[in-house]
Design a protein around this ligand. Structure first.
Ligand code: NI
Length: 172
């Protein structure tokens, strides 16, 4: 297992559309474990493969990450959101936008189908934070970021702030 580097906006690799995983083999399982370790180290409640520069349809979520609650680690390989019900506004963060939190419109409940780490399909009905995290990470697989789901004004502010930080980080 290894902690990978999390890409930050405006890294272009965050905009790549992820590809379907053709087989859940040892390499994919090792990648999934790295993603979980990277998510916990950050810490965050979710991480999508494109955030570590891997353009595959995979994300991991643990809504108990960073709390004292027991682990609820879940792996989603080739996920598909098949049902969205209701509307809710949720303040979200993203490991690719450290320190930035914005209110985003989401469905209140979702149903998602995916493959687990064992390669077997499963279906999950989710609400609350889990439903939000699933929609957020699912967006990453399409190259969609939180900055795309806020007002134009906020989008410009976040864009400016993140580009400023990227320049500062690049300085010796
Ligand atoms: Ni994110």
């Amino acid at each position: 297992m290894a902690i990978r580097t999390i890409l930050r906006y405006p890294d272009k690799r965050l905009r790549v559309k992820a590809e379907t995983v053709t087989a859940v083999d040892d390499a994919v399982r090792a990648l999934c474990e790295d993603m979980a370790e990277t998510m916990y180290a950050a810490p965050g409640v979710g991480l999508a493969a494109p955030q570590i520069g891997v353009a595959l349809k995979i994300f991991v979520i643990d809504v108990a990450s960073g709390s004292d609650d027991p682990s609820e680690l879940r792996y989603f390989i080739n996920p598909e959101i098949t049902r969205r019900v209701g509307e809710v506004v949720w303040e979200e963060g993203c490991l690719s936008f450290p320190g930035i939190h914005e209110e985003i419109d989401r469905a209140e409940q979702v149903t998602v189908r995916a493959l687990g780490l064992d390669g077997q399909p499963f279906e999950l009905d989710a609400d609350g934070l889990l439903a939000i995290a699933i929609q957020h990470e699912y967006d990453h697989l399409d190259g969609t970021l939180m900055v795309d789901r806020v007002s134009l004004l906020k989008r410009r502010m976040i864009d400016r702030e993140m580009k400023k930080r990227a320049l500062q980080d690049a300085r010796p």
